[in-house]
Design a protein around this ligand. Structure first.
Ligand code: F3S
Length: 294
């Protein structure tokens, strides 16, 4: 079975940076270090950090008495950041610079009097954070599809910012819809390159393989999106968090398999997926399966 791995798989720049910052912090101090919510959307990495580096995820600033708090890669709400400042916590800001840029643009649009629309998923922590940066905005809305804006009255001017991991087509749909809603529209394409490159590469890979594996946390929006994109092309696509979830029956008749991953998936998970595929193949061969070389 031929195994192809998407070039861009593994940690993206922002996640790598956040993990490096967290690791450095833990080396510098033996005290417990906290994150507000999981530092990245990968339960296996978060568990490893807890086990090996005394870094613990807390839901709110209230749960942290003192010490260091690391701001996760996709940012937090401004109120939480301010609460951490007021409490005198030592803040290590691991917000990805691309997310930070989107936060600043929301503030800018609100200050300039635009009706702000965040193209993204309402419940995603990054979007919740972005919303909080619309300081003084008359109206700020979130939409992942134009249907969610149907009740929006005509505006004088609309400003649009996107969740960094949004699929470009979704942003296009929202922008097109808004064209009929205001004479002036300002759009900041804050979709991160790392996301779009990963999506394009994964789509190309899904076209040429018999099975497609998307490795990544089920709580990761960009993993979910990769899964949707790949499945639309190759119905035999699965989303796994760990190699042990792979089932040998699923590979029956397959001559090639593609692996891609969400931006929060470490290389060691991808390596373990490759190892598991090879084990499954050799097991199938022993049981009288195909005899192709891996
Ligand atoms: Fe940053 Fe893009 Fe990764 S926004 S966290 S580099 S997916």
């Amino acid at each position: 079975m031929h195994i192809f791995i998407a070039k861009s798989s593994g940690f993206c720049f922002g996640v790598k940076r956040a993990i490096n910052l967290a690791t450095e912090c833990s080396k510098e101090s033996n005290e417990a270090i906290y994150t507000l919510g999981p530092i990245i959307h990968n339960p296996q990495v978060v568990k490893r950090l807890e086990d090996s580096s005394h870094i613990y995820a807390k839901k709110t600033v209230d749960e942290i008495k003192a010490g260091t708090v690391i701001i996760r890669s996709h940012g937090v709400r401004l109120e939480e950041l301010n609460a951490a400042r007021e409490k005198g916590l030592n803040i290590v800001d691991a917000t990805c610079p691309f997310v930070k840029k989107a936060q600043e643009l929301v503030t800018l649009l609100a200050r300039e009097g635009y009706a702000v629309i965040i193209a993204g998923e309402k419940d995603h922590p990054e979007v919740q954070g972005l919303l909080s940066y619309g300081i003084g905005a008359v109206k700020i809305r979130v939409a992942s599809h134009p249907d969610e804006l149907k009740d929006m009255p005509r505006k004088k001017k609309i400003g649009i910012v996107a969740q960094t991991t949004l699929h470009a087509e979704k942003l296009q749909d929202i922008v097109c819809f808004c064209l009929g809603k205001a004479a002036e529209i300002k759009v900041f394409n804050t979709i991160c390159n790392a996301t779009s490159i990963r999506q394009e590469e994964s789509a190309l890979l899904a076209k040429k393989v018999d099975r497609m594996i998307v490795a990544g946390g089920r709580n990761s929006a960009n993993t979910r999106r990769l899964f949707e994109i790949c499945r639309a092309i190759q119905p035999m696509t699965c989303n796994i968090e760990e190699a042990k979830e792979l089932d040998s029956d699923w590979f029956e008749g397959a001559e090639s398999v593609g692996i891609t991953s969400g931006a929060s998936t470490p290389d060691w998970i991808i390596d373990s997926v490759v190892k598991r595929i090879k084990e499954i193949e050799s097991l199938n061969k022993k049981q009288g399966g195909r005899a192709d070389a891996v």
